[in-house]
Design a binder for this molecule. Structure first.
Ligand SMILES: Nc1ncnc2c1ncn2[C@@H]1O[C@H](COP(=O)(O)OP(=O)(O)OP(=O)(O)O)[C@@H](O)[C@H]1O
Length: 756
């Protein structure tokens, strides 16, 4: 009893000490906020001066102060989270942040009787805060001085004697969790533990991912801080923190070299759901604007994919064979009449030098063949086609000149006359139209056309599948990569000449009442450039195992000069032709050197759920080593066999899970059931979501209900891996509901999940 009271006393004392430090930090932050507010109001006042120079200066100042304020306010929640107590550094040198730079302790830091003195205490937080004398009150988590907080282990403690995780909410310290990394030393440091990490892992989930800045583990930190050059490849099983690590790495890279990454960081996610789930992480780390998180179906400006293709169709559309088909289509489309247009002309007639000149269908075909020789994009070849037409017409005039200068002059006059003739321009528009990717893709919806362009590349059945899928309303995720490929094959249309604008035409009656049009501000410019950006300085690919070869080509085009971070797990791949995808990935990444990392600990699933999922892993990828689960809840997965009314059974199971957990519930079904399943759950509130198996990628829920594992597994050749994904989404409870197709045993355990 006495010991317990003493322990409580120490804990309270230690919390009080951290509270005192947090108070100090907040006082300093308040001073900084006042400074920033003053800057904003001062800048606003200067705006009244009105000279262009003062306006530009004001804009820049307001922009910077705005960012500053925004950051401070964001960081207010929970921003001080760690502390390390360290021995003196080996060389006694301190870095610019005031901390010792050496990782190893000084030789004399430890006395002969294992006594040691703490020479330095650092607090770690989301951003660095200096006191008025420039001493660090908080070290930014990304600064080199913070690395030992994440990296030190009892095996390799470096200078760290004690690591402390501080849990705080707003201005209040709630708890602390200490790790003694050099227990053999006598330093007199108390050690307090209230299970902060485990408490954080077991917390109820919401529909937004949380950052893990307070508890990044050593193997994760190695990835986050890996040097930016080249390609960083990370593999790891479900729940090992790959997504979290990738996002923290983006924040780290920005901190390291903001100027370099002003070129933008692109993070490619498999689904819009995962984008929505992860979107808050970077702002919580104080980073906004520089990182574009995009679903792979939203990488092409102006196109949003709203459909999924059937697996067999997706397999064709994602395959590299489509490159050839699209190349043929891009060129073949020139020979198709424009929808609603006059049809493809079969001859060209113009009048020049008072004579009628004509090119026949055969001659035109020859000109087209010549113009298309080579690999340049089709729209870019249009001026060449125009020149070749003029050459052919000129030959038809039969004119010959001995004087080269005269000949050139005549020819120039001829070209100008002919090419401004309405017959000629109308002909060119119909015979070599400027093609848009959408138009070409739409042309693939015709079986006959597609089979011509896909000769010896796709089978008849594949042609029918692809054509049929393109006849639907809407755009599928896999169509987006095709549109992007077509964009490259077609090239930018030649620029239209600007029409002379009559200012009187422009009056709308409103603008002219306004003062002079406002110039774009620095911030607006930055935002516009970010929207228009098509190439990035760093590209992060999440769930990389799922990118199809055609998607790799699309993503590769956005990172031609970029450095890369690629995270994925082959055991969760829903793509079937892994070798082809690897080839496309190698092509996208080029010969850049690669650094490989593996994450080994599963922070999401309790051991009981991981074990059930591992049964499927063994079937899906025999020999693959699963990550080890860090928690155990003692709650086994629940197996039930559905009766005649699947809808009612799913609803009841979801309701039961909603009652059992505080946070979210995910109901995962085969893709073809997703719409139906949404109906089954209607009215149960927004804690529960229905998902198709492919949509579950990367997400997590407190509880998951997997409906008919067999249906999910049979949906595609990669179905077992997709099922493995579904089974690894839960942080607390897993329920599996079988249908007769699952052949459940008398305990409701489906055949696929039987352990032996
Ligand atoms: N060091 C950590 N501290 C606290 N939580 C962590 C840590 N690492 C991971 N987590 C948590 O574990 C869960 C899984 O992380 P994440 O989604 O990044 O894993 P993943 O490897 O991308 O999983 P999957 O491959 O299944 O999509 C998340 O809730 C994440 O916040």
């Amino acid at each position: 009893m006495a010991a317990q009271t003493a322990a409580t006393g120490v804990r309270d004392q230690e919390i009080a000490a951290e509270q005192a430090h947090l108070d100090l930090v907040y006082r300093r932050l308040e001073e900084k906020i006042h400074e920033a507010e003053f800057l904003v109001s001062d800048a606003a006042q200067r705006g009244h001066v009105g000279t262009p120079g003062a306006l530009a200066e004001r804009d820049a100042q307001v922009f910077r102060a705005g960012i500053h304020l925004n950051r401070l306010n964001n960081e207010y929640e929970d921003f001080l989270f760690g502390r390390i107590d360290l021995l003196r550094g080996k060389d006694g040198k301190k870095g610019p942040d005031g901390a010792y730079t050496s990782v190893e302790p000084a030789d004399d830091a430890i006395g002969p009787d294992a006594t040691a003195r703490i020479a330095e205490t650092l607090h770690i937080g989301r951003i660095g805060v200096l006191d008025a004398d420039y001493a660090p009150l908080v070290i930014d988590w990304r600064a080199p001085a913070a690395a030992p907080f994440y990296r030190s282990t009892p095996v390799a403690p470096g200078r760290v004697v004690r690591r402390r995780v501080i849990r705080s909410k707003g201005r209040r310290v709630l708890g602390i969790e200490d790790d003694l990394l050099r227990p053999e030393l006598d330093t007199g440091l108390p050690v307090v533990g209230d299970g902060a990490l485990m408490a954080a892992l077991g917390q109820a989930r919401t529909h937004s991912m949380r950052d893990i800045v307070a508890s990044i583990q050593a193997e994760q930190d190695m990835v986050i801080r890996a040097p930016a050059a080249s390609v960083t490849e990370v593999t790891g099983g479900p729940g090992t923190g790959k997504t979290a690590v990738a996002l923290h790495r983006a924040a780290y890279l920005l901190y390291q070299d903001r100027r370099r990454y002003a070129g933008g960081i692109l993070c490619v996610s498999p689904t819009p759901l995962l984008v929505a789930y992860t979107e808050g992480v970077l702002p919580s780390l104080g980073e906004e604007g520089q990182v574009a998180i995009r679903a792979v179906g939203s990488l092409v400006e102006g196109v949003t994919a709203d459909l999924y293709d059937e697996p067999a169709t997706a397999r064709v559309k994602g395959s590299l064979r489509m490159q050839k088909v699209l190349r043929n289509a891009a060129r073949g489309c020139l020979e198709l009449p424009e929808p609603g247009g006059p049809g493809v002309p079969t001859r060209l007639r113009v009048v020049a030098f008072g004579r009628r000149l004509e090119l026949s269908g055969e001659e035109l075909a020859e000109v087209r063949r010549q113009a298309l020789s080579g690999t340049a994009p089709v729209n870019v070849l249009r001026p060449r086609a125009r020149r070749l037409l003029l050459d052919a017409l000129w030959r038809r005039t039969g004119r010959r000149f001995d004087d080269a200068e005269l000949a050139a002059e005549e020819r120039q006059g001829f070209d100008e006359d002919v090419s401004t003739e309405p017959e000629f321009t109308a002909f060119l528009d119909a015979w070599w139209p400027v093609l848009q990717p959408r138009r070409v893709l739409a042309a693939l919806a015709d079986d006959r056309q597609l089979s011509r362009w896909a000769r010896r590349v796709l089978t008849g059945a594949e042609v029918r599948r692809v054509a049929r899928s393109l006849r639907r309303e809407g755009t599928s995720v896999h169509d987006v990569a095709l549109l992007d490929e077509l964009d490259m094959l077609l090239g930018a249309p030649p620029r239209e000449r600007k029409r002379e604008i009559d200012p009187l035409d422009q009056l709308t009656g409103l603008d002219e009442l306004m003062p002079q049009a406002r110039e774009e501000s620095e911030r607006e410019r930055a935002e516009r450039l970010a929207r228009e950006r098509t190439e990035y300085a760093h590209v992060i690919v999440d769930e990389a195992q799922d990118l199809t070869p055609m998607q790799w080509r699309m993503v590769g085009r956005r990172g031609r000069t970029a450095t890369w971070t690629i995270v994925g797990d082959p055991a969760q791949s829903s793509w079937t032709d892994v070798e082809e995808a690897d080839r496309a990935r190698d092509e996208a990444l080029g010969t850049r050197p690669r650094r490989r990392f593996t994450l080994t600990v599963n922070y999401r699933n309790p051991a009981e759920i991981a074990e059930a999922a591992n049964v499927v892993l063994r079937l899906a990828m025999p020999g693959t080593r699963p990550p080890s689960a860090v928690r155990s809840t003692g709650v086994q997965p629940r197996y039930d066999a559905a009766g005649d009314d699947l809808a009612a059974d799913v609803r009841a199971a979801a309701q039961r899970l909603l009652a059992e957990v505080d946070g979210t519930v995910g109901v995962v079904t085969a893709m073809h059931r997703r719409a139906e399943a949404r109906g089954w759950l209607e009215g149960l509130g927004d804690r529960v979501v229905a998902l198709g198996s492919l949509e579950a990628k990367g997400l997590e829920y407190d509880a998951t209900l997997v409906v008919s594992p067999a249906e999910i597994a049979e949906e595609s050749p990669a179905g077992l891996r997709v099922l493995y994904v579904a089974l690894t989404r839960a942080t607390q409870r897993l329920s599996v509901l079988s249908t007769s197709r699952d052949l459940p045993d008398e305990h409701g355990v489906p055949d696929l999940l039987k352990a032996d």
